[in-house]
Ligand binder design. Structure first.
Ligand SMILES: O=C(O)CCCC[C@@H]1SC[C@@H]2NC(=O)N[C@@H]21
Length: 249
């Protein structure tokens, strides 16, 4: 891959040797932000994962956060997790055979059925309006963390699964390009084409899966995601819409 694509217009870029967490840095930068900005760090001392979990970042892995002030209601901002998932899928597919990659709802990337990347959305706002949104993306490029949290989806890394070495800064340029395209699609055509792209790469679509929610488990056929990104399961009691859950295959 010799030619470097251009950095997308109207996006800033900050590259740090080390930080506590790129999402924490995003929150600090947000009040002064003029335009959406990618923050990449080569080291994170306190990376965070979804649901209050810690995220582990062995050296050489990818850690970046896109911080923006998109305005609008939280549900609309949350669609950007799917946009980031599609963009990350496309960026990784420049290096790795795309048939080995898939998207696990809501926004993990799987490589050979193991978790290779996770996305953490954090936001703040008031009066029902989003003030800022941080889309934090971690990709196991060189090594998977050794502490296995989710035995159903053991962490894997690109290097260990494929022998392919990806430079984090090079991946960022490609990811930022694909992400900017997703924003253009959202502006011009709405969420529907993004929903369709996400579904094309979805893991286990049409199969029976288990969603573990705060109210218990729901088992059903993974039919689709709706226009708010909710999981739609066809269960014995009819269709169920699930806004938040961990899913198991
Ligand atoms: O739990 C998950 O699946 C989401 C993990 C997200 C990790 C990334 S690494 C870059 C950004 N900064 C953080 O502190 N977390 C996210």
């Amino acid at each position: 891959m010799s030619t470097e694509p251009p950095w997308p217009e109207r996006y800033g870029r900050v590259v740090l040797d080390s930080v506590d967490s790129t999402n924490a840095e995003a929150a600090r930068m947000a009040p002064e932000l003029d335009y959406p900005t990618w923050i990449l760090a080569h080291e994170q001392a306190a990376p965070r994962g979804r649901r209050g979990n810690r995220w582990s970042m062995p050296p050489g892995n990818f850690a970046a956060t896109l911080v923006m002030r998109p305005g609008g209601v939280p549900g609309w901002a949350a669609l950007r997790g799917f946009m980031a998932g599609v963009a990350l899928f496309e960026a990784l597919a420049l290096y790795v055979d795309r048939t080995r990659l898939s998207l696990k709802w809501p926004n993990d990337v799987l490589l050979d059925q193991g978790k290779v990347a996770g996305i953490l959305l954090e936001s703040a706002g008031k009066g029902g309006q989003v003030d800022w949104l941080a889309i934090g993306i971690g990709v196991n490029l060189t090594a998977a963390p050794t502490e296995i949290r989710d035995a159903a989806f053991p962490p894997v890394s690109v290097a260990e699964q494929t022998d392919i070495r990806i430079d984090p800064e090079q991946l960022l340029v490609r990811l930022a390009g694909f992400y900017a395209t997703q924003e253009d699609i959202l502006t011009q055509l709405g969420f529907e084409p993004i929903r369709e792209s996400w579904l094309r790469h979805a893991a286990r679509l049409g199969e029976i899966i288990t969603a573990r929610t705060s109210q218990g488990e729901v088992i059903g056929r993974f039919e689709t995601i709706d226009d708010a990104g909710q999981l739609v399961l066809e269960t014995e009691d009819g269709p169920k819409l699930i806004p938040a859950a961990e899913i198991y295959f």
